[in-house]
Design a protein around this ligand. Structure first.
Ligand code: NAD
Ligand code: DAU
Length: 329
């Protein structure tokens, strides 16, 4: 079995490859990744995988990488909501055009199953109840809109070309190797240095936390057992308000609440995401991580691996992003 992974140098892609190496040791893995600021070769250190440093918008490179592949799992994307608010250009290019380039190559190269990794953000903010796979899409940030556009494109290739596609929509992931711009690794690494965490607005926004290894397990299950043309929600095992999450992390790290600083809210900030995951459960999925265990392990991982995250936070690109995003907020 030969599988193409896109974006395998990123947070979820690299955790998926690590899981695949354990769960399907004989598979040959090809990874195509442009190596943006979020793509880090250290994430795949020691793993048997062939990485091609190319853009998924490069049709020739994608066609070459896809040749002979039975399966494809598409993670590559611009993924940070705050960056999409500052500048949406790269989000449209990679998330929409890149997905189209991959779909065309998958058709040409007769890939048997193509799984597109998407997000619960495509449903928009849900005041009450739970989003089901058939709900209409109401994305609110440029990031979410670019992901919704790519979901619809994938769907159109199923209807028009009978392409063998699957779509997954996951909630907020956490775990090792997450770039420290996202809330959880940002707060853990800031707290280690005695630096405050900027809480957006009142902190009452609700997120559903999914351990990245559970996400990887669900993707492999859906890749092998899911129905073609179907969408599957992948939710986490714990839902809470941001303020509760921050206080929980502070407590586990033995730090005080003075490290929380309330700052101006994110524009268009979604108040609540919540997924109905009964379709995934019917495929037989059960979480392996409860949040307490997952969070403790994640904090320990960042504590044990400053050599992974510290160079990322001191790099010029990160510092200028941090300045632009948080200065004067
Ligand atoms: P990430 O930002 O950590 O990694 C993205 C990877 O894609 C990087 O390795 C980057 O180099 C690569 N990439 C970006 N543009 C590329 C391009 N043009 N060509 C080739 N490679 C490119 O992202 P992540 O958090 O691991 O997210 C992976 C996928 O999962 C995304 O599609 C995202 O929308 C989706 N998702 C993420 C979450 C989450 O909580 N992080 C939740 C649900 C869904
Ligand atoms: O829900 C799935 C999505 O989760 C993925 O599709 C995205 O790729 C991923 O980035 C994530 O989006 P969020 O915007 O929910 O994640 P983020 O870690 O940026 O923020 C989590 C919550 O914390 C959110 O309500 C905003 C808040 N936050 C975030 C940052 C970075 C703060 O209060 N302060 C911050 O500095």
């Amino acid at each position: 079995m030969k599988i193409l992974v896109t974006g395998g140098l990123g947070f979820i892609g690299s955790n998926f490859i690590r899981h695949l190496r354990r769960a399907r040791p004989t598979w040959r893995i090809i990874n195509i990744d442009k190596r943006t600021y979020a793509g880090n070769p250290a994430n795949l250190a020691g793993l048997d995988v062939e990485t091609i440093k190319k853009d998924i918008c490069d049709a020739k490179a994608v066609d070459w990488a896809m040749t002979g592949c039975d399966l494809a799992v598409h993670f590559a994307a611009e993924t940070h909501v705050d960056r999409s608010i500052l500048d949406a250009g790269a989000f449209l290019q990679t998330n929409v055009i890149g997905t189209q380039v991959l779909l065309d190559a998958a058709l040409r190269r007769k890939v048997r199953r193509f799984l597109h990794v998407s997000t619960d953000e495509v449903y928009g903010s849900v005041a009450k109840g739970y989003s089901k796979e058939g709900d209409h899409l109401e994305p609110n940030s440029p990031y979410a809109a670019s992901k919704a556009a790519s979901d619809l494109l994938v769907r159109s290739y199923f209807v028009t070309h009978n392409a063998p596609v699957l779509i997954t929509r996951a909630s907020n992931n956490y775990g090792p190797y997450q770039y420290p711009e996202k809330a959880l690794p940002l707060m853990i690494t800031n707290f280690m240095d005695g630096v405050s965490f900027p809480q957006y607005g009142d902190g009452k926004q609700v997120r559903d936390w999914l351990h990245v290894v559970d996400h990887a397990r669900a993707i492999l299950l859906i890749l092998e057992k899911g129905g073609l043309g179907e969408v599957y929600n992948i939710g986490g095992s714990y839902t809470c308000r941001n303020r509760e999450l921050i206080e929980r992390v502070l407590k586990l790290m033995g730090k005080g609440k003075e490290l929380i600083v309330r700052v101006k809210d994110r524009k268009g900030h979604d108040r609540r995401y919540a997924l109905d995951c009964s379709k995934l459960k019917r495929l037989g999925f059960k979480h392996a991580y409860d949040f307490e265990k997952g969070l403790r392990e994640t904090i320990s991982w960042y504590r044990d691996n400053p050599r992974w995250w510290r160079p990322l936070k001191t790099a010029g690109g990160y510092r200028s992003y941090y300045q632009t995003q948080y200065k004067g907020r």
